[in-house]
Design a protein around this ligand. Structure first.
Ligand code: ADP
Ligand code: NI
Length: 216
C-alpha cells in the first residue's frame, strides 16, 4: 500500500546517498538494475514485490567494502529500518535477506524465503552477461589487476577472502566466479535469463582467446 511506497522512496534516497561514490561496481546504477530485475522476477514468481524492491535497494548498503565491517554495515541498515513504518516481522525478513545474500559469504545457508530467492537471483544476474563483463574489468582496474595473464591460472583453491587480497586477473575472475553463477540461481524465471547471459559470456571468452592468440 501507500506506506510501502513511502519506504521504497526512502530506501532509494538512503541507498543513493550511501553508494554514490563507490568505484567497485556497487554503484547506484547496479542497485537500480537489481531493483528492476527483482521486480520482474517477483511478478513472475509471485513474491511480495514491495518487500523485494526494498531488499534490493538496501542489499549493498551493508557491504563490507563500504563500511568499517560487515557488522557495522548491517547495524546501519537495522537502525534505518527501525525508523520506517514496517512491522517487526518485515524488518527481520529484510535483515535476513540482506545479511545472507552475498556470494562472497560462501558459508551462508540457502535463502529461506521466496523473496530472498528473488533478490539474490536479481543480484547474481547482474554479475552474468554483458554488463557483468564491464563490471569485472572495472573492478579489476580498481584493484590493480591486469586484464589477462596466461601464466597465472585460476586460483580455485583459495577462498574469496584470500583471493581478494592477492593478485589475480579479470579473465580469471570469470572462471573463479561468473561462470559458476548460472547454476546457483534459485528461481526458474532467473534461470531462463541466466542461461542466455551465460552463453554470451562464453562466446565473449572464446573471442577474447582467439584475439589473444593472434588469430586473424
Ligand atoms: P557480491 O556483492 O555479489 O559479493 P562482489 O563485491 O564480489 O559482489 O562483486 C561486485 C562486482 O565486481 C561483480 O560484478 C563481480 O563479478 C566483480 N568482482 C568481484 N571481485 C572481483 C575480482 N577480484 N576481479 C574482477 N571483478 C570482480
Ligand atoms: Ni549487488
Amino acid at each position: 500500500g501507500n506506506a510501502k511506497e513511502q519506504v521504497i522512496a526512502a530506501a532509494e534516497q538512503f541507498a543513493k546517498s550511501e553508494l554514490e561514490h563507490d568505484p567497485t561496481g556497487h554503484d547506484w546504477w547496479h542497485v537500480h538494475r537489481v531493483v528492476k530485475m527483482a521486480e520482474h522476477l517477483a511478478e513472475e514468481e509471485g513474491a511480495d514485490i514491495a518487500l523485494c524492491k526494498i531488499a534490493a535497494l538496501l542489499h549493498d548498503v551493508a557491504d563490507e567494502k563500504l563500511n568499517p565491517s560487515k557488522e557495522a554495515g548491517l547495524e546501519k541498515v537495522r537502525q534505518w529500518l527501525q525508523g520506517q513504518p514496517l512491522t517487526h516481522e518485515e524488518q527481520e525478513h529484510l535483515m535476513e535477506i540482506i545479511s545472507t545474500m552475498s556470494y562472497s559469504a560462501g558459508k551462508n545457508p540457502p535463502m529461506r524465503t521466496l523473496e530472498g530467492h528473488v533478490v539474490q537471483d536479481a543480484d547474481r544476474l547482474d554479475a552474468i552477461g554483458a554488463i557483468a563483463i564491464a563490471r569485472v574489468f572495472l573492478y579489476a582496474g580498481w584493484k590493480g589487476d591486469p586484464i589477462h595473464d596466461p601464466v597465472l591460472p585460476p586460483r580455485e583453491t583459495m577462498t574469496m577472502e584470500e583471493y581478494r587480497h592477492g593478485k589475480s586477473t579479470a579473465i580469471n575472475h570469470f572462471y573463479e566466479k561468473l561462470l559458476k553463477l548460472k547454476d546457483k540461481l534459485n528461481t526458474d524465471a532467473a534461470k531462463r535469463i541466466g542461461i542466455e547471459r551465460h552463453r554470451y559470456m562464453e562466446s565473449y571468452l572464446e573471442q577474447f582467446k582467439r584475439e589473444w592468440e593472434g588469430e586473424l
